[in-house]
Write a protein that binds this ligand. Structure first.
Ligand code: NAD
Length: 249
């Protein structure tokens, strides 16, 4: 019960790694605001863990402010923020277009920035906070078929380090996790979008891990819970690979 009584907000909490994180934070004692594109999908997860569900589209400042205000009103001041919402469209960069760049950057990079901007001032004022950003090994080693996503995740890692530097004097930490291939709808969309080529992309990622298998959302949630807890009180600005050794240097 490392998070007893803490209030946590998770973006993209209705599915995959986000849903596993909501369950894990709640199991460790946190009161969890499960947020996602629509409150209905978030409610299914919130209902399981006695949390609260909110609509939060990370692309919209108005949506972010409304959800953060409602969560703080219902649950109390946020102590943990997990920027997990993510999105990708698989395909080779040479054949991509600007509209796709904007869609992928808007969720993965700008969304993380915008939600942090809404939550950080309160954490700094209270001198208490843990921010965990879900980046990706794609942001460190690149990933075929995901150029813009990889650029966004590299941006998230740079952003995390700078927030860690600026917020440290307020006793707020910021860290990232870098998952490898995790069995969620996001990754499984690759074969759906690209057929056999997508299948090969996923197999290539699995082959690049040392453990030789897909990861499970719970395995990422465990790392996020660690970074959100006091066990990580002297850890900030780090990016923790949860990737079966894929990103090892
Ligand atoms: N699955 C992987 O292999 C993998 C690897 C590395 C990193 N990640 C990252 O993990 C995080 C979670 O992804 P996942 O694999 O669990 O995918 P997922 O598709 O299962 O879940 C993503 C969630 O984000 C939500 N979302 C999408 N756009 C949003 C928006 N604009 N506002 C709010 N919520 C939005 C979706 O509705 C969904 O519930 C993402 O940041 C993703 O980039 C995943």
């Amino acid at each position: 019960m490392r998070l007893e009584g803490r209030v946590a907000l998770v973006t993209g909490g209705a599915s995959g790694i986000g849903a596993a994180t909501c369950r894990r934070l709640a199991a460790e004692g946190a009161r969890v605001a499960v947020t996602d594109l629509n409150a209905g999908t978030a409610q299914a997860v919130a209902g399981e863990l006695d949390g609260a569900a909110y609509e939060l589209d990370v692309r919209s400042t108005a949506s972010i402010s409304a959800a953060v205000a409602a969560a703080e009103r219902d649950l109390g001041p946020l102590e943990v923020l997990v920027n997990n919402a993510g999105y990708d469209e698989f395909g080779f960069f040479a054949r991509s277009d600007e509209a796709m760049w904007d869609r992928v950057l808007a969720v993965n990079l700008r969304g993380t920035i915008a939600v942090t901007h809404a939550v950080l001032p309160g954490m700094q004022e209270r001198r208490r906070g843990r921010i965990v950003n879900v980046a990706s090994e794609a942001g460190r080693v690149g990933s075929r078929g995901s150029a813009i996503y990889s650029a966004a995740k590299a941006g998230v890692i740079g952003f995390t380090k700078t927030v860690a530097r600026e917020a440290a004097r307020y006793e707020v930490t910021a860290n990232a996790v870098a998952p490898g291939p995790i069995e969620t709808p996001l990754l499984m969309a690759a074969p759906e979008q690209l057929g056999e080529m997508g299948e090969r992309l996923v197999q290539g990622m699995v082959g690049a891990t040392q453990l030789g298998r897909l990861g499970q959302p719970d395995e990422v949630a465990a790392a996020i819970a660690f970074l959100a807890s006091d066990d990580a009180s002297y850890v900030t600005g780090e990016t923790l690979g949860v990737s079966g050794g894929l990103g090892m240097v």
